[in-house]
Design a protein around this ligand. Structure first.
Ligand code: FNR
Length: 373
């Protein structure tokens, strides 16, 4: 009873975060919550949102607020997707199975990570007709990369999200201190270990020699020599739309258009990769100016409040990805927790829209924002 009351009181994502810290192992919590280096990028992401204030309009009919939108052929109830997060079994034994069901229950797209604890097919099976995208860490073996892309298409994924801010892993001090690597422990092997092409590279079946299989996965997982021509290779394997996740530089947005990608996710990996990196919100407008409406521009890193979504859309984003908040919910209450954490942010967004005087997503414009001096 007491526990239930405390769950009902949990409102801001900060509370979800601190409560999650009390229920999962410290090393797992640190892996989720912390950033790279001295966490300058992690902090900058949040600070960037507080640099803008919303200047509301009055006496506009907001009796019905419509948060729906169209994105890459899907109609979504809200401009929110579940960010690709690997190794989700560190937060809850059901991992991606629970969080993808939470996404599906709200008709929100779920992006399955290459290093998910469960395979992309197992995740897809939770989601019915709800859109799902596959996040690709382009494997250092072409045949394995090809296999994963084709498996995603067969399992009903409707886009490939190529993550490009991770040529190598960021330097995360807390993981070093905790001597912790969930991928290294095999918690992110759902897609590799189930892949027939990957299995063929191994001397022995995984059931007989898991250690060598894991070693092979780690060898293929980081692919620092990847370049722009990877996009052409993905296109040889699939007709699915391709999004690039991890772009922050306007020159890269220009190149992305030249390579005809279908969408961008402005992201710095939630402050887990390059430390002293730019905050995503600070570069969003310039990137949207470069893209000039040709392709959707999504954003993530630091979105914790409904007002943050409003600000991102006002600066030109089509939609946002939410990462850690649903992981805190997952850690606390599995599927229900992941759903409630995201619902909390969605509710705030709807209230922000109404109070700002915007009844539809199309009404949200930069003229509603004031930048602090
Ligand atoms: C991530 N992120 C991530 N991104 C990706 O492309 N593939 C992945 O496997 C992962 N794994 C992952 C694990 C954990 C524990 C976290 C916290 C993040 C980055 C993620 O997709 C997203 O960019 C950030 O989480 C967004 O920032 P917020 O919402 O967490 O601040």
């Amino acid at each position: 009873m007491v526990e239930k009351e405390s769950k009902n009181r949990r409102l801001s994502i900060n509370e979800w975060e601190s409560e999650a810290g009390g229920v999962i192992e410290k090393k797992a919590f640190d892996y989720i919550a912390r950033g790279s280096g001295e966490e300058s990028t992690l902090r900058a992401n949040r600070e960037a949102f507080s640099q803008y204030q919303i200047s509301h309009r009055v006496l506009r009919d907001v009796s019905k607020v419509d948060t729906s939108l169209k994105l890459l052929g899907h109609t979504l109830p809200s401009p929110v997707l579940f960010a690709p997060i690997g190794v989700q079994a560190i937060a809850h034994p059901e991992g991606e199975l629970a969080s993808s069901r939470a996404a599906a229950s709200m008709d929100l797209p779920f992006i399955t990570s290459t290093v998910s604890s469960y395979s992309m097919e197992e995740v897809a099976a939770q989601m019915g007709e709800t859109p799902r995208w596959f996040q690709l860490y382009y494997a250092g073996n072409e045949l394995v990369a090809e296999s994963m892309i084709k498996r995603a298409e067969s399992a009903g994924y409707s886009a490939i999200v190529l993550t490009v801010d991770t040529p190598i892993m960021g330097f995360r001090e807390s993981d070093q201190i905790n001597n912790y690597s969930p991928i290294g422990e095999g918690i992110g092997s759902g897609n590799y270990f189930s892949d027939p092409v990957f299995q063929n590279l191994l001397g022995k079946p995984i059931s007989e020699d898991k250690e060598s299989a894991l070693k092979k996965q780690l060898e293929l997982f980081e692919n620092p020599s990847l370049t722009w021509e990877a996009i052409d290779r993905i296109r040889q394997y699939t007709d699915l739309p391709i999004l690039l996740k991890g772009v922050v530089h306007p020159e890269d947005a220009k190149l992305a258009l030249q390579y005809k990608v279908d969408g961008l996710v402005v992201s710095n990996h939630g402050g887990r990769q390059l430390d002293h990196g730019v905050a995503t919100l600070d570069v969003l407008e310039e990137i949207c100016n470069v893209v000039d409406g040709e392709i959707p521009v999504l954003i993530d890193s630091g979105i914790r409040r409904g007002g943050d979504i409003f600000k991102a859309l006002a600066l030109g984003a089509s939609a946002v990805l939410i990462g850690r908040p649903f992981m805190y919910g997952l850690a606390l209450d599995g599927e229900e927790g992941a759903r409630k954490a995201v619902q909390q942010i969605l509710k705030e967004f709807e209230v922000s829209m109404a109070l700002a005087g915007t009844a539809t997503i199309g009404d949200i414009k930069k003229t509603f924002l004031v930048r602090k001096k």
